[in-house]
Design a protein. Structure first.
Length: 93
């Protein structure tokens, strides 16, 4: 397994923990599938929870989601979001 894939898996695990334990949602960690949509038809995170998640990602990973970069496709599911976070982290180095 390459380090990029490992890094994305670690980010998925961290995001899963954040959603289950740090956001105002009642979703047990074991019920969060990384392929499940974050918005409609999946975890059903609303905009307030999504913005809270973004703030926690920015704080934890020292990245920034510029307003023009808040595309819904980045929030398709945890795997896609983790890939975007990993890419943002990689572009900082």
């Amino acid at each position: 397994m390459d380090s990029e894939a490992h890094s994305e898996q670690a980010i998925v695990a961290a995001l899963t923990h954040i959603i289950a334990h740090e956001l105002d949602v009642r979703i047990p960690e074991q019920d969060i599938d990384p392929k499940l949509p974050l918005l409609e038809g999946g975890l059903m995170l609303d905009s307030m929870v999504l913005f809270e998640l973004i703030a926690k990602i920015e704080e934890r990973y020292a990245v920034s989601f510029p307003t023009e970069d808040l595309r819904t496709e980045y929030f398709a599911n945890l795997e896609v979001l983790a890939g975007h976070v990993a890419a943002m982290r990689g572009s900082k180095s």
